[in-house]
Design a protein around this ligand. Structure first.
Ligand code: ADP
Ligand code: MG
Length: 387
């Protein structure tokens, strides 16, 4: 984790003046509820104990200077002319957030910002949302602007959708802003209402990055979204009141599945079943029934593999290896798919041995090196220091 004192010193060395404050915003991992967000369904993520840190100081002018320690790169821009940067694409996450604040007529002055993150970049743990939310929060504090956590999350999502051009849902920014230590959040992606659910201290969340990335992720994601949209349109012939797959029950889909082409029906079946599983998993977690929770994770994986077809053999291998290891309650693919990571729920006493064995067995089977993180459910955005 970046040290507050080291961040302060790095800021002072770069900008010639001490920072006013340091904030942090976490990455996230989703325990269950995959590809449900854009169907107005439920997700159950935790914020993780990896975060983007921003050291910041207001400037008296209208310039934002921003340095990313991760990229060892600096950029600057004028508040009056915020355009997309082709040379420094990473800066667009910052520019988009500043532009979003200004678009709300919030009184934002220039700033010096130094960013350092220990969320793996591009690894599916949402370094992008943690960057957006941490920058937004730092500017909020520097300029004495009050924004609710929900507002900050929506502003950050808007920046990523319209300024960076990535059509992500709200989950990532919501967790970076509103994650709760020791809890997962059952988030209703339809209206953003949420319920914190305690994670028992005797289990840990393990994220295992397969090291596999497929280039088709973007187009396959759009194809899945289109299939869901088509399913809703066709089902409306008999279910005129539905607005999203969220509104369709398992029974309704079974009875009306004949309306859907053979390629679309399994996509809808995943989404409808996954929304039900997510609600049941949240209830199980609430009761401390980790066995049932874990069984639902395995079911979720099978549905994503067979019906939604977003898994790959390496990820299936990781899930099967996890299933065979002591202390593992459940395991599944997490994130958009086509490679990326698995998430597993493992009893605390067994977690170190689990991580070692999973990495070793995966390497034996596939020749790939996994990157394993043992995560603790953490707090959303917060102030880390004031100077
Ligand atoms: P993920 O959100 O899963 O980590 P994304 O592709 O959505 O993956 O976001 C990663 C991108 O976000 C990086 O390529 C970079 O442009 C930007 N980013 C994230 N963290 C930082 C950082 N600390 N410094 C600069 N850019 C960052
Ligand atoms: Mg991202």
């Amino acid at each position: 984790m970046p040290e507050v004192s080291a961040l302060r010193d790095a800021f002072t060395a770069r900008f010639g003046i001490t920072p006013r404050l340091i904030v942090r915003a976490p990455g996230r991992v989703n325990l269950i509820g995959e590809h449900t967000d854009y169907n107005e369904g439920f997700v159950l993520p935790i914020a993780i104990d990896r975060a983007t840190f921003v050291a910041a100081r207001a400037r008296p002018d209208h310039t934002v200077r921003v340095y990313s320690a991760n990229f060892a790169a600096e950029d600057s821009f004028d508040l009056a002319r915020i355009e997309r940067s082709a040379e420094q694409p990473w800066s667009n996450y910052v520019r988009g957030v500043v532009k979003g604040l200004l678009a709300r007529d919030l009184p934002i002055l220039g700033a010096d910002l130094l960013i350092e993150s220990d969320v793996p970049l591009g690894g599916g743990l949402s370094s992008s949302a943690s960057l957006e939310v941490s920058v937004g929060y730092a500017l909020q504090l520097l300029n004495n602007v009050d924004l609710l956590g929900e507002e900050l999350a929506l502003l950050a999502q808007g920046a990523e959708n319209s300024f960076v051009g990535m059509q992500c849902g709200i989950m990532d920014q919501f967790m970076a802003a509103l994650g709760r230590a020791g809890h997962a959040l059952l988030l209703d992606c339809r209206d953003l209402s949420y319920t914190p659910i305690p994670i028992p201290p005797d289990v840990r969340v393990v994220v295992c990055d397969s090291g596999v990335r497929h280039t088709l992720v973007g187009s396959a994601y759009n194809e899945r979204r289109a299939a869901c949209h088509e399913a809703v349109t066709l089902l409306k012939a008999r279910l005129p009141r539905i607005a999203a797959l969220r509104d369709v029950t398992t029974e309704q889909l079974a009875v009306n599945g004949d309306l859907l082409p053979p390629a679309v029906l399994p996509r809808a079946r995943h989404v409808v079943s996954e929304i039900g599983r997510t609600l049941r998993a949240a209830e199980a977690l609430e009761r401390g029934d980790l066995r049932l929770f874990g069984a639902l994770m395995y079911e979720s994986h099978a549905s994503l593999r067979d019906d939604y077809e977003v898994s790959v053999p390496e990820i299936d291998t990781l899930v099967e290896l996890a299933r065979g290891l002591p202390g593992c309650y459940g395991s599944r693919i997490t994130g958009g798919g086509f490679g990326g990571s698995t998430v597993s729920l493992v009893s605390t006493g067994a977690v170190e041995a689990f991580a070692d064995a999973l990495g070793a067995q995966y390497q034996d089977r596939t020749g790939n090196q996994a990157k394993i993180l043992i995560c603790t459910p953490s707090e959303g955005v917060s102030r880390a220091a004031t100077f």
